[in-house]
Ligand binder design. Structure first.
Ligand SMILES: Nc1ncnc2c1ncn2[C@@H]1O[C@H](COP(=O)(O)OP(=O)(O)OP(=O)(O)O)[C@@H](O)[C@H]1O
Length: 251
């Protein structure tokens, strides 16, 4: 499913009634089945764009389309994940992951199969009966990712999903995400502040300007897949990362 934005703007009204432009105009296309990273200065509107694509925020101008259709609200085809895992502490890992299916009234057997299929590749197979309070931050984010993947979305909107994790955990979970993505080839738009993470994971990197953000650079990442962490030392990787950094410097 392709993601497309044309001249998209989002305005908020300030307390004094004046309009405050948080985003745009943004024009971009994320082709079906590709992985795109989105970087930009703090407050430039990255989360606003993610929320609008997720159907959680109306746009004030322009057009957003997913798979050629306008966005009227959240869709099961579009999974969204934020920096905070937001798990329900009174539900086990399996019950947290199963929640979207429960809300759709999927039958119990289907739920169990779907949850198992998601827990395994996330390294959570042994943790189904554990409660969130017993999980590390990295494990909690894995559960949150599982809760998104269990709906088998065709689009993944990831807003700094690993931003609060330490470097080692962050690398591990992002490589697991890459492996999962390689099998299902969802269309991914992922916000990150980490240039190496952006280049390691994605097919293209979009860089946004200061608020109100628009896309100032669209940098292709022509590195072979599967990717491995050692690639960050290769000359071709370093050159792309440098290009991304210099785009950020001009933002
Ligand atoms: N609901 C809201 N009402 C008013 N202003 C908002 C609202 N949400 C965000 N903003 C403002 O809109 C601008 C863009 O915010 P947004 O969170 O999209 O930026 P961001 O690029 O994701 O930032 P960061 O990298 O720090 O997470 C900011 O100035 C923010 O303060």
């Amino acid at each position: 499913m392709q993601i497309a934005a044309k001249d998209v703007q989002v305005d908020y009204s300030a307390a004094d009634g004046t309009l405050f432009r948080a985003l745009g105009p943004v024009t971009m296309t994320v082709e079906s089945g590709t992985f795109v990273a989105l970087l930009g200065p703090s407050g430039c509107g990255k989360s606003t764009l993610i929320r609008a694509l997720a159907g959680l925020e109306p746009v004030s101008g322009g057009e957003l389309r997913i798979d050629g259709r306008g966005i009227n609200g959240p869709s099961v085809k579009v999974g969204v994940m934020f920096q905070d895992a937001n798990l329900m502490p009174w539900r086990t890992v399996s019950q947290n992951v199963a929640l979207p299916l429960e809300l759709r009234h999927a039958d119990l057997e289907k739920r169990a199969v779907a949850v198992k299929r998601v827990l395994e590749p996330l390294g959570l197979a042994e943790f189904g009966d554990v409660y969130p309070g017993q999980l590390s931050g990295g494990m909690a984010q894995r559960v949150a990712l599982g809760r998104v993947l269990v709906q088998e979305p065709e689009v993944l909107l990831l807003d700094e999903p690993f931003g609060a994790l330490d470097a080692l955990n962050r690398e591990k979970i992002s490589l697991d995400l890459l492996r999962i993505w390689a099998q299902r080839r969802q269309t991914v738009l992922m916000v990150t502040h980490d240039v190496n993470e952006a280049v390691l994971l994605s097919d293209r990197v979009f860089v946004m300007s200061q608020r109100p953000g628009h896309i100032i650079a669209d940098i292709p990442v022509d590195l072979e897949r599967p990717r491995s962490p050692e690639m960050i030392y290769e000359a071709s990787f370093v050159a792309i990362a440098r290009e991304v950094r210099s785009a950020i410097d001009t933002a």
